[in-house]
Design a protein. Sequence first.
Lengths: 140, 507
Amino acid sequence: MIPNLVLVITAGLLFATGVYLILARSISRALLGIILLSNGANVLFLVAAGPAGRAPIVGVNDEAEMTDPLPQAMVLTAIVITLGMTAFILAMAHRSWQLSRTDVVADDVEDLRLVELAERDADPHPESDESDEAVDEVSR
Amino acid sequence: MIAIEWASLVPLPVVLSLVGAGIAVAVAGRLRLQRTVAITTLSLEVAVSVALLFGADSVGPLTVDVGGWPASIGIVLVVDRLAALMLVVSSVVTLGVLLYSIGQGSATNDDEEAPVPIFYPTMLVLSAGISNTFITGDLFNLYVGFEILLAASFVLLTLGGTESRVRAGISYVVVSLLASLVLLTAIALIYAATGTVNMAQLASRLDELPDGTRLVLQLMLLVAFAVKAAVFPVFGWLPDSYPTAPAPVTAVFAGLLTKVGVYSIVRTQTLLFPDGRLESLLMWAAFFTMLVGIVGAVAQSDIKRMLSFTLVSHVGYMVFGIAVGTAAGISSAVFYVAHHITIQTTLFLVIGLIEQRGGSTSLSRLGGLARVAPLLGVLYFVPALNLAGIPPFSGFLGKVGILQAGAEQGTWLAYLLIGASVLTSLLTLYAVSRVWNRAFWQEPSEAVLAEPRRLVVGTVAPAAALVAVSVGISVIAGPLFAVTDRAAQDMLSRTPYIDAVLPGDLP
């Protein structure tokens, strides 16, 4: 099977931009990255379907000229799944905006705690019960 | 033998859960009716799973061609011994967690993490997704099953929409979706290379591919499943996100979601890529997973995070068994999966009880629980010893099986892993006994004595029942090992599975 070069390059571009976006801090950008990545995977399915042909409807078209219907079914399923995930992430981004007026992915709790501990070690004047507060935050 | 139409039972685990979820959503206003629907559905599922295990063990792999389409172009559902065993364990555990959450919900009506009308339907959808991944016979349906359970897990993880949950939820969502996209890409490439996604057909068609192509496909699938199973080095998402969820939700996640990833690794490694090329890679991954996980656990001061790290660490045992690749190794790995699902869920439920009685799960705040709640002490002590691998419990038996399989292989890498396994077991014992010492021994702390909180019977009973189930696994370990041995031999020879799915000489 000789893959369609344009489709392969398109899929590659979608994957590249998707990966770049998904590493961003902002939730909306990460969401765009996810959408682009899944579209790239869908285009890859089209590549896997082989050369373009006629619509795969029995009785209307000759079987030898039909495109492969199986990847089309899989692409449809993948699109619907991505739709559901996109809706959920949008809801979460909106919730994050409601709670903290910001759209970024917050720092990991463990990382924050380590930073606090490191600052405490560097600071010659000990403060009261900072480690316990960090522990409390973890335990919530 | 009664001539039972076994194949008619095969789609039931998924269909029952989805229908139950639909009914539960339809009666959204009436909590009691929702609970009844949920309990009925899961009890039926336990019964069906046990029947399927019996059928698969006596007759062989049971298959159903969904929609009547032949297996080469349609979706096929296959229940062999491995899938049936996974179904039984997962449905029993989900039922226990559901009973626990019902008990918890009825006691605290205005709890901020109380089940809103979507809790029970979402749990049922989660159960449907898990069952779907266990019984599917083709890779794309595996992806769909993963997405079903992922979507349900997103909802359950961010229940209530508090800030910490949304934060944990975002990172969990992005990492999980990334893994799913790697899986989807791998499926697209597999279809491009072989023309099918049916696993039985792939078993023969993948052998005909050039070595390099097959290696790429194997690695992509392995990466996707490794992220789901929380194997080193892609396990970081798990301790970050699991502890923030409500106790029953964390319990079912910890018990089931990573094991779905482990199951997928077992299935693809034995059925699709049996030449064992990535054996040493899997061994090293198991090595680091075991050690890094348990060292992380020892460093924690919060019990939930400690258990999340032990969860990661013990996945390393299962990957070790899979990497060894012999019948003994795979059999022990499957036994360990069954044991670990039960024990990890039980421990998280007991942690939920500790949180109820003691007010927090932070070790600096707890103390002396054994004096004020001795039953809680027993309920923690038994599964904790089981997890740490103390004889005569199933944790010990599973570990011994894996170690024996490694010793039979005899390479220096296997012996290195045996050493790491023993060290991990000792450190697990250290971690759980540290919790025992600080939370249960010593004088009761103020947090424990602050208000006279009583343990709700509705939550203690299911937790105790699950502890009894975990002890029961130790009791029936002999027959269970016999079942897993047969399952492992079937998986290694591949022909029972392939012949059941593709009768005749379809290529």
